[in-house]
Design a protein around this ligand. Sequence first.
Ligand code: PCA
Length: 206
Amino acid sequence: MIKILLTGFMPFGGEVINPSYEAIKKINAKHLNVELHLLELPVIYYESSHILIEKIKDLDPDVILMIGQAGGRKAISIERVAINLDDSKTPDAKGVTPMDDPISLFGPTAYFSTLPDKQIYHILSENHIPVELSYSAGTYICNHIFYSVMHELDVSSKHHVKAGFIHVPYETSQTINKAHMFSLDLNVIRHALELIIDTVYQGLTM
Ligand code: PCA
């Protein structure tokens, strides 16, 4: 049985939902020999990564798929790189606005995702889902947890664990009062995430 940890975030920036968590709640992977574990994280710099790393230590998952909202993006974004930087003018849920702060003082500049990014890209494209490879997850909480998890896996020598980050656009209900803002139906986001899980699973079991 393959253990998959799926993480989403609480709503932030005045939104009432976060499509990352709404979508993972709906995921169906019953056709696979997997155990899904869901975790909803606060949009707070270190609190989010501490909660997540504790969960990883406790669960010892084979796959960690982190998901977050990127309002304004026009595709499911497969994040390929996590960088060692916290920097945002937008405060987190506790009012913190770091500037040019390293996440780990002695950690490397960046880590790559260990998901099969190109394969995921092709499968989503074949299924007519808007998808892109992205080389920046930003410098806010999503990049923060992505970097923190990759660093934790590195220092604890868990290089066999597949981990990566996916940004999803707004879900349709969020754009009713946002003229011309791109969105995807929540079921499309869910389907995209299911295809990603299928792809990672195939890679681990073939
Ligand atoms: N998106 C934010 C943080 C939480 C979320 O869903 C980000 O892109 O950093």
